[in-house]
Design a binder for this molecule. Structure first.
Ligand code: IMP
Length: 231
């Protein structure tokens, strides 16, 4: 079975391919297709992931796997949340975003944060499967470590007393939000025994375990960004 990974973010593609390497599925990157991608205007991580997977599948005619992820900081009313990749502006670099985050948290004692990842696998027949992962941590006062990407240098994991930038990729994958979500998805793919479901097929009982409550943990919505709490 061939599945298109509906992202052009090379850091995410590297992590996802590594996490899914045992699924015997051929993954192709979105860069192999002339597709500009979609506007991420959903109100939840799930809505954005589903839209990306649906549009990519429609465009390529292949099953498409998309994720939406971000950092949720309760002391900032859930920000940067859905806007994690562009927190400091449209063309912001990872460093810009981290800089803004540290500035916004200056003087705050509550440094709790979590990474959330929701992935959706969409089949041309209209069926989709979804899975979700989270990792909890604390935002440091300054970046520590060189590995990873995005907010990793300021995301401290109490269980290992390190930031995600101080550990190798394979260690991060074992505990990360993306690792958890995509390993659940890998199980779903394996259970399909590599035969794609048809539009009227019955889902395996566990396959869409997260589908009906994708927002159960109250992830950030657009209204939360505007200052209105959604939870
Ligand atoms: P997405 O591409 O819309 O899912 O945006 C994800 C953004 O959230 C990234 O650009 C990062 O800023 C942040 N992010 C998501 N996952 C991670 C991670 O594992 N480490 C660090 N930052 C992350």
């Amino acid at each position: 079975m061939k599945i298109v990974l509906a992202t052009k973010n090379k850091d995410k593609i590297r992590e996802i391919k590594d996490i899914l390497k045992d699924t015997v599925v051929e993954f192709v990157g979105l860069d192999e297709f002339e597709f500009l991608g979609v506007v991420e205007d959903g109100k939840t991580f799930f809505a954005n992931a589903k839209k990306k997977a649906f549009e990519t599948s429609r465009h390529t005619g292949l099953p498409a796997l998309a994720d939406d992820s971000g950092l949720v900081v309760p002391a900032l009313d859930g920000a940067p949340g859905l806007y994690s990749s562009r927190y400091a502006g449209k063309n912001a670099t990872y460093e810009d975003n981290v800089g803004k985050l540290l500035k916004e948290l200056t003087g705050k004692t509550d440094r709790k944060a979590k990474f959330v990842c929701v992935c959706v696998l969409f089949f041309p027949g209209g069926r989709y499967f979804t899975a979700r992962g989270e990792i909890k941590g604390l935002i440091t006062e300054e970046p520590i470590g060189r590995a990873g990407f995005g907010y990793d240098p300021v995301f401290f994991v109490p269980g290992i007393r390190k930031t995600l930038s101080e550990i190798p990729q394979f260690e991060k994958n074992k505990m990360s939000h993306r690792g958890i979500a995509f390993r659940k998805m890998a199980e779903i793919i394996k259970r399909m025994k590599l035969s794609p479901p048809q539009a009227d097929a019955t889902l395996p009982p566990q396959a869409d375990e997260d589908a009906h409550h994708p927002d159960k943990d109250g992830e950030q919505t657009k209204s939360a960004v505007a200052g209105v709490k959604s939870e």
